[in-house]
Design a protein around this ligand. Structure first.
Ligand code: ADP
Ligand code: MG
Length: 559
């Protein structure tokens, strides 16, 4: 039989993946187990709406078997299975060309990032296997198929016999090489440890035949080896566990297992609320920006469970836009399972949960800011822009939630400061919070307009993003201090002895100024002697409230 070729792009991605240096080869097992669990969930959901289908929980399990001599590792499930077409489509195509293009632009530092990102979980098994055989029988089909592949050069599909619905995946584990160890993936204790580490809260039992030494019956000191089928995972979802039973690592594993992100989260929030609303939630503040975060493609939302059963992948009503970066899940007993999207929007319970969650996220960010400044700054580098958008949007309705979370670069010590830090550092005679807008910090530092303010010993906030000034205009003030652009006409700084001097200069140079004004007739409104310059001969200054930069942005906007 002719071998079918993987689609060309799949082949490239596959090779790239297999050849990347994976720091953790062991995650292949997590991927295969999560696919098995998904396949059983699919039957479960089908049974909810299909009266002919009965879901007996005892019938659903995953079995992991290792054969050391033959170097075979088998993962079997009683899930929904795959038809021939599904075997071809789901296991034969890795990525759409779009995601591949993205990948080549953003060559990842360690291959870890790629797994799962494009739905390539299954392929991670080629990190440890020379050859993979998948035997599957789909629910409702009376034919079974055997899919076989050695990796990048294609696969074969033949019909085969199989009595039961489900999927059996057999990996031919690679031989050890000088640099790489593969034997461990055939070791019982190692497999048990990997399952415990990554798949402990999978809702179906993950079984293994475990060898054990036992005292021989009727004998005191003789031992006999017996094989016993054991369930390795505890099956209790992590969010049902007590916080003090869990370590940061457990949360990080959950984050990876759920594919919330390919980074390590900066902070987790574990909520167990039994007040007016009863729910459990695990939320994460990611470290890095998802590649599509600042695009329309990005979908915010939390997973929503009703008594442990997933009812929605991305429930967007649970997160305000300005916290759209938060990942995680919510489980509540008070929600009905068959709840529809439309009904959810009006669900009072859900609204209460959302409000509660918003406050928890805010306090988590505040404690990050207070206690882990470096991590907060990492967070802010990734998502600060979103917070500023949040201030600007909805006519400033969210000012109070967000203003304390803002940070800007500043002229003092060249570091990020919060508005609170700025205001606390203001000398008594300083009336305004000063800011300067420009393309970059270097540019701003060269602006003549900053001279007088800096000379007074006042700090200046550096606005380098378009959104900065819009956000601040929406805030208007912070702790009763108004914001003022250094390029505004009136800086509110009392000029010192040179006040009269400028008047004199004004008069002396009247003709020159008139001449300049005529030359620049449609570019400037007026030419005046300035009170604010020391080292620079000339600067532009704005008349109204808008800075020159903001006027530029507004002028570029379509009407
Ligand atoms: P993802 O799980 O992100 O979709 P994978 O590469 O892990 O990506 O799996 C690809 C697809 O192959 C799955 O979406 C599923 O349709 C199918 N699949 C994989 N393993 C199984 C399985 N054990 N039973 C049924 N379908 C499976
Ligand atoms: Mg998967």
């Amino acid at each position: 039989m002719a071998k079918r070729q993987f689609k060309a792009e799949s082949k490239r991605l596959l090779e790239m993946m297999i050849n990347s240096i994976y720091t953790q080869k062991e995650i292949f097992l997590r991927e295969l187990i999560s696919n098995a669990s998904d396949a059983m969930d699919k039957i479960y959901y089908k049974a909810l709406t299909d009266d002919e289908l009965v879901f007996n929980k005892e019938d659903y399990f995953i079995k992991v078997t290792a054969d050391k001599e033959k170097r075979l590792l088998t993962i079997t499930d009683t899930g929904i299975g795959m038809t021939k077409e599904e075997l071809e489509n789901n296991l034969g195509v890795i990525a759409k060309s779009g995601s591949l293009a993205f990948k080549s632009e953003n060559e990842s530092k360690d291959g870890h990032d790629i797994i799962g990102q494009f739905g390539v979980g299954f392929y991670s098994a080629f990190m440890v296997a020379d050859e993979i055989t998948v035997i599957s029988k789909a629910l409702g089909s009376d034919e079974a198929f055997k899919w076989k592949s050695k990796g990048a050069d294609g696969y074969t599909i033949v019909t085969t016999e199989n009595d039961t619905v489900g999927t059996e995946i057999t990996l031919k584990i690679k031989e050890n090489t000088e640099d790489e160890q593969y034997d461990e993936f055939l070791e019982e204790h190692r497999l048990k440890a990997i399952i415990k580490k990554y798949s402990d809260f999978i809702r179906y039992p993950i079984k293994m035949d475990v060898k054990e030494q036992r005292p021989k019956e009727g004998s005191e000191d003789e031992l006999e080896e017996i094989v016993e089928e054991q369930t390795i995972n505890s099956m209790v979802p992590i969010w049902r566990k007590n916080k003090n039973e869990l370590a940061t690592e457990d949360y990080e594993n959950f984050y990876a297992e759920k594919h919330y992100g390919y980074d390590k989260p900066l902070k987790h929030i574990h909520i167990s609320a039994d007040g007016t609303v009863v729910y459990k939630a695990i939320l994460f503040i990611p470290e890095s920006t998802p590649f599509d975060y600042y695009t329309k493609e990005y979908e915010k939302g939390l997973e929503l469970y009703s008594s442990g059963v997933l009812i929605m992948d991305k429930c967007s009503d649970l997160l305000p836009d300005y916290f759209s970066f938060v990942k995680g899940m919510v489980d509540s007993e008070d929600l009905s399972l068959n709840i529809s999207r439309e009904m959810l929007q009006h669900d009072r319970q859900l609204k209460l949960i959302a409000k509660n969650i918003k406050n928890k996220i805010k306090s988590a960010l505040q404690s990050l800011l207070k206690d882990e400044r470096d991590n907060y700054e990492k967070f802010y580098g990734s998502f600060g822009r979103q917070l500023k958008h949040g201030i600007y949007s909805e006519y400033g309705a969210n000012k109070d939630v967000l203003q304390d979370l803002l940070m800007f670069n500043s002229s003092k010590e060249k570091k990020l400061v919060t508005l609170d830090e700025y205001v606390s550092g203001m000398p008594e005679d300083q009336k305004y919070i000063y800011y300067a807008t420009g393309e970059s910090i270097e540019r701003i530092e060269k602006m003549p307009q900053t001279e007088l303010v800096l000379d007074k010993g006042y700090e200046i906030l550096y606005f380098t993003e378009d959104i900065d000034e819009f956000a601040i205009k929406m805030l208007m003030n912070y702790k009763e201090k108004e914001f003022k652009s250094v390029s505004s006409g009136d800086l509110g700084i009392e000029p010192e002895e040179n006040e009269n001097k400028t008047d004199e200069e004004e008069n002396e140079n009247k003709e020159l100024f008139e001449h300049m004004k005529n030359l620049l007739s449609n570019k400037v409104k007026d030419v005046k002697a300035s009170k604010r310059l020391k080292n620079h001969p000339v600067c532009l200054s704005a008349e109204g409230d808008l800075s020159i930069e903001m006027e530029k942005i507004l002028a570029q906007m379509p009407d």
